[in-house]
Structures are given as C-alpha cells and as structure tokens.
Write a protein that binds this ligand. Structure first.
Ligand SMILES: Nc1ncnc2c1ncn2[C@@H]1O[C@H](COP(=O)(O)OP(=O)(O)OP(=O)(O)O)[C@@H](O)[C@H]1O
Length: 229
C-alpha cells in the first residue's frame, strides 16, 4: 500500500497566474526517502506546504496512510494529518530544553509514555546526554538532530524536510547527511526531502523527483537512485 498518494495536484497563488504546481501525481511506499529537486521558484516548498496542509490546492487529492487528507470535498487540518516537518532553521523553541522541545508534540500520548518516547528519540539521534541543554548550547548539527527527534517523536506517517542542511558548514554537512540517512532508515521513516543540492539526494534518497521549469510534473520524472532492500 502507498503511504503517500498524490493525484492531479494543482495549485496557484493567484487565479491570474500560471499554477506553481500543475497536475502533479506521485506515490511513495513506507520507508522510502524521496528527494525533491528543482530550480529556485519551481515549487518545491509549495509542494511540502500542500502535503502538510498549510496550503489548499485548487484541484487534486492527497491520501496519507489510507486517509484522504485533501480532495474536492475534504480538507484535514495540518495537525490531524500525521505529517512531521523539519524546517531549514530547525524552529526549536529557544526557551525550552532539549527534553521539553521533544515533549512538545507528545500531548496526545498518555503521560507515562511520554518520557519513554523522549528517551527513545534521544537514543535514536544519539543525544542522550544533552537532554537538559537549551538550543543555543548546541552546535548546528546537534540542533538538527533534536529537530529531527522532535519531528519523529509523535510517529508521523511521513516526514517532510525543507532544505535540512542549508544551515550547516560544508565540512559538517557530509557527515550529518550520512547520519540522517541512517537515522531515517533505522526508524523506517517515509520522508520527502526538498533540496537544491543533487549530492544530498544521491547520498540519502531512494528516488528523486525534479520539478521542471514548466512546473508540470506527472511523476514520470521520478529517478531511481538506489535499490531498496
Ligand atoms: N505566498 C506567496 N504568494 C505568491 N507567490 C508565492 C508565494 N510563495 C511563493 N510564491 C511563488 O511561488 C513559486 C514557487 O515558490 P516555492 O517557494 O515553492 O519555490 P522553491 O522551489 O521552494 O524555491 P527555492 O528553491 O528558492 O526555495 C515562486 O515563483 C514564488 O515566487
């Protein structure tokens, strides 16, 4: 079963302008990591905003884990979609410790399960000893790991990442990128990653999709990068 299924997605910021996303169709299986490439302005971030529910399409359907989250007659709000997000700037709460940042998204979990989930996430990203620190006391790479732990803690059906390496030094980026790939595979997380850097995609993605200049994508430009085990 596809975990993410998008059909005929079309979106424009204004009725007078050409659609930014035009008749876009695409599907993903559980545990796949897909890279979204494309020139600046090709609609990469907009596609993530449509999947997460921050924008409403003009046409098309999105199905996540068997539930239609958007169609002509349905619009499920972002917090109900089971979608996690990691932003360029990580968006950690500066006044909260690492532990509280991860706890933030776990309000639906019974109280006694929350602590064990936080511990599990800290172990996954290998940051157990940093739980009392504040974001400003962490390096860029460590902040990214905590942002990832926070996004994965509620067990989303799909994780969306928008340029997750753009704030990192070139030297650091390579090792952090490899670590991220390992963490995502260990969690069997389905992930859509937007980047402008083909090397990011080659390093950790199973497939890439390039949003074209014509802004038309029908899923046929899906390029397989690795054989999935
Ligand atoms: N709020 C908005 N109102 C109107 N137009 C917008 C808005 N946000 C983005 N756009 C336009 O939509 C198009 C797609 O933008 P988007 O941010 O999705 O591109 P992108 O591929 O992520 O670009 P980049 O790689 O530069 O981040 C661009 O032409 C942009 O100018």
């Amino acid at each position: 079963m596809s975990i993410v299924k998008i059909k005929g997605l079309t979106f424009s910021f204004s009725r007078k302008e050409e659609p930014v996303i035009n008749d876009f169709s695409f599907s993903m299986q559980k545990g796949e990591i897909v890279g979204i490439l494309g020139q600046s302005g090709s609609g990469k971030s907009t596609l993530l905003r449509l999947i997460s529910g921050l924008e409403m399409p003009m046409k098309g359907t999105i199905i996540i884990a068997g539930t239609t989250v958007v169609s002509e007659s349905v619009f499920i709000h972002p917090e109900e979609r089971g979608v996690g997000m990691v932003f360029q700037d990580y968006a950690l709460f500066p006044h909260m410790t690492v532990k509280d940042n991860i706890l933030f998204g776990l309000t639906r979990l019974p109280r006694k399960e929350r602590k064990s989930r936080v511990d599990e996430m800290l172990e996954l990203v290998q940051m157990e000893e940093f739980y009392k620190r504040y974001p400003h006391e962490l390096s860029g790479g460590q902040q990214q790991r905590i942002a990832l732990a926070r996004a994965l803690a509620p067990k989303p059906n799909v994780l969306l990442m928008d340029e997750p390496f753009s704030n990192l030094d070139a030297d650091l980026k390579e090792s952090i990128r490899d670590d991220l790939g390992v963490i995502l595979k260990k969690a069997n997380m389905t992930c859509i990653m937007v980047t402008h850097d083909r090397h990011d995609v080659e390093a950790i993605c199973d497939y890439s999709i390039t949003l074209g200049q014509s802004n038309v994508s029908n899923g046929l430009n899906r390029v397989k990068l690795k054989t999935i085990n």
